[in-house]
Design a protein around this ligand. Structure first.
Ligand code: FAD
Length: 320
């Protein structure tokens, strides 16, 4: 018996939450009295042995043409095969954009229970029980599963990565090669040089108060001076003012940056569900009664079209 963790990477680099996932796996393995093994899939430019510093004993690397692009079914089949070969009855996956697509496919291919929306380390090893977030994080429940195999899909930023100073061996594996053919996907243009939203430490977000897509220049300029990613409210992406990948909230991405600046966003409960865990929230809104101010650490009551350019100028002066 062992615990397997999928060590997610993007364009050859580990993701922000990869070491959190490793820590989650190491602590779960320790509760279960077993070892934690990492699995990297696809081309990797970083040293996978770093996972040892987060409590993993071994890291397996799976490379090949089939894994150059993320495909939930291909990755799921490969992880299921590696899990069987390593006698892993618990597989840890972070609920990132790809992780959320991967976990259900993996659960079917591995014939394992899927424990989703997990927000803390397991409560109990036997029977295995985990704490889950419900109602957009407003409440919790404890889910107990007596399934022989399980996939734990845990919400990023739920625990802090913990360096242990250990080391991990790194081995190649060929499990899962070619068991499922990837589905051909159309390449889409990505805006180069932009910070991916889930990775961003700072996020500038715009809402319907910005009136139209032509006004996003000032949001991007502020994001640039602050080295920040950009986000938006749901109506903004529904109206195609911004791409859906920027939509945050209950039905969009949940983020937890150090700084979240909300410009012209009212602060509806569905929006707050995805951003209220941010460390510092700054709200810029012309309506002093906007509900977002109740969740803000700092608030500016004013017209975004005056406040944002001035703020950008001041930050530029400060940085000069
Ligand atoms: P509005 O509510 O129209 O607010 C615009 C704000 O801009 C106002 O507060 C106004 O005072 C301010 N403003 C206007 N002009 C200016 C100016 N010149 N300067 C400064 N401020 C100005 N929403 C999400 O965002 N994410 C979700 O995931 C999401 N999921 C949903 C799921 C469900 C099932 C439902 C029913 C709704 C969901 N919504 C979600 C929608 C949500 O309820 C709100 O309608 C939405 O968040 C409002 O977006 P907004 O704040 O940009 O727009």
């Amino acid at each position: 018996m062992s615990v397997l963790v999928y060590l997610e990477s993007w364009e050859g680099k580990f993701k922000k939450n990869t070491w959190e996932a490793a820590t989650y796996a190491a602590k779960t393995a320790s509760m279960l009295g077993t070892e934690a093994i990492g699995l990297c899939i696809g081309k990797l430019d970083e040293d996978a042995s770093e996972a040892g510093n987060y409590g993993l004993s071994k890291v397996l690397k799976l490379e090949g043409d089939a894994f150059n692009q993320f495909d939930a079914n291909v990755y799921g089949a490969a992880i299921a095969e590696v899990a069987a070969a390593q006698s892993a009855n618990t597989v840890i996956v972070s609920a990132t954009f790809n992780g959320k697509a991967l976990a259900p496919a993996l659960s079917i291919q591995a014939d394992a229970a899927l424990l989703s929306n997990v927000v803390a380390l397991p409560e109990n090893a036997s029977p295995f029980s985990v704490k889950r977030g419900v109602f957009s994080g407003k409440g919790f429940n404890i889910l107990t599963s007596d399934a022989a195999k399980r996939i734990v899909l845990f919400v990023p930023n739920s625990i802090a990565p913990e360096a242990t100073g250990g080391s991990a061996s790194v081995e190649g594996t060929s499990a899962g090669q070619g068991s499922i053919s990837p589905v051909a996907v159309k390449e889409v243009d990505r805006v180069k040089g932009k910070i991916p939203l889930p990775e961003a430490e700072r996020v500038i977000s715009g809402g319907r108060g910005l009136k139209g897509p032509e006004n996003w220049g000032m949001i991007e300029e502020l994001a640039e001076v602050l080295d920040a990613g950009t986000a938006c409210s749901k109506p903004v992406s529904d109206m195609d003012w911004r791409p859906h990948s920027e939509h945050v909230g209950q039905t969009g991405i949940a983020i937890k940056p150090n700084l979240y600046v909300a410009v012209g966003i009212s602060g509806a409960i569905q929006h707050l569900a995805g951003v209220s865990a941010s460390k510092t929230i700054v709200v810029i809104n012309k309506d002093p009664e906007a509900p977002f101010f109740k969740a803000a650490d700092y608030g500016v009551v004013g017209d975004a079209f005056e406040v944002v350019p001035k703020l950008t100028e001041e930050i530029k002066k400060f940085k000069a």
